[in-house]
Design a protein around this ligand. Sequence first.
Ligand code: SPV
Ligand code: MG
Length: 431
Amino acid sequence: MKQVYMCFSTDILHSGHIRILRRAAELGELTVGVLTDEAIATYKRYPLIPLAERIQLFESLSDVKRVVVQQTLSYRDILQEHTPDIVVHGDDWRTGVQSGVREEVVRLLAEYGGELVEWPYTHSAAEEAFSALNARMSMPEVRRGRLRRLLSIKPLLSVMEAHNGLTGLIVENTQVEAQGGMKGFDAMWVSSLCDSTAKGKPDIELVDLTSRIATLEEIMEVTTKPIILDGDTGGQTEHFVYTLRTLERLGISAIIIEDKTGLKKNSLFGTQAQQKQENVEAFCDKIRAGKQAQKTKDFMIFARCESLILNQGQEDALHRCHSYVTAGADGIMIHSCQRTPDEVLEFLARFRETDKTTPVVVVPTTYDSITEPELQAAGANIVIYANHLLRSAFPAMVKTAQTILTHGRSQEADSLCMPIKQILTLIPTED
Ligand code: SPV
Ligand code: MG
């Protein structure tokens, strides 16, 4: 009896799946691999049904002999452990994000004489309904809770800034192959620095809420990933509670507010700019008021501590962050503008001595040599790349403008630009 292997990430079984499982079982004894929530969340939306229930789903099928857990998108461990004679998959993975995984499967099977059987992938009516379900992921009531859920599934979330619809699409869709799997961003950061800069304004809480909401709406209109808003100081507590409900209603997942008062300037100025840190109790009151005001359990308030930015030392940072958590903050953000990660790592080590669970956000803009695995090992849960899409776009645009001015024509700038054909189809129409 040949050993047959198929891997599934789906959380809803439809007639197409049942058909393909039956066909696979006709080839031999069928083992189904169920991908972990974590592996699935690396390349598409996390499953709505938890792993244990998805395992039960497959175990209840008579065509399935046994169910195993596949920990990674890569089949390497499974193929080395079980050496199935046949791996079955739809032919849709020949192109797109899974093509690298497929190539590895072909290579591994060749090593021991296994065989890959691919059947044409057909869209069933059920799958159409399934796509409609995916579309619902962008609806406020679903989208809002996705950050909290992701934090419960993945130890570290990778978050990229977006400041308009186009950059939102880049964060939504960009994927790379990484260690036999796929990697994409988990969420978006709508930065005050980038939102202001894109509008030609300084980052001093000058861009008003209406305008910030317009940016959020523009991004939300074309994307589904959870959004974390840089809420600056949150404004006056009496105003903050209203802002928070507006964001919650829109489907934003979290706001991060910083413990500054008076005219806020960007943290990366460090102590060069005159900036005043808020009194601990006043900031705790703001957090408490926010938590009382929100209507759902999903929405999260992160308290951002500026003690290291303002040279107030580790003790002050620790005291403040623990106080903010006690006041009800769902998470904290520790910021630093040092060139090395040392002070952030020291903070994380000491914070984690007494608080193992509160999510911690870090923003390694200046201390950019540290990697995500290192930050995860140190106890961080969210890494935000706060300004990189805007910072990379600006020099490229200036260079093109200069090239055209210099030559009095655009031909020399053509190689700096994407082809016209590509930009025409970059955003397809829906029909
Ligand atoms: C932002 O992106 O606007 C931030 C992070 O607040 S930082 O610019 O590093 O202060
Ligand atoms: Mg900011």
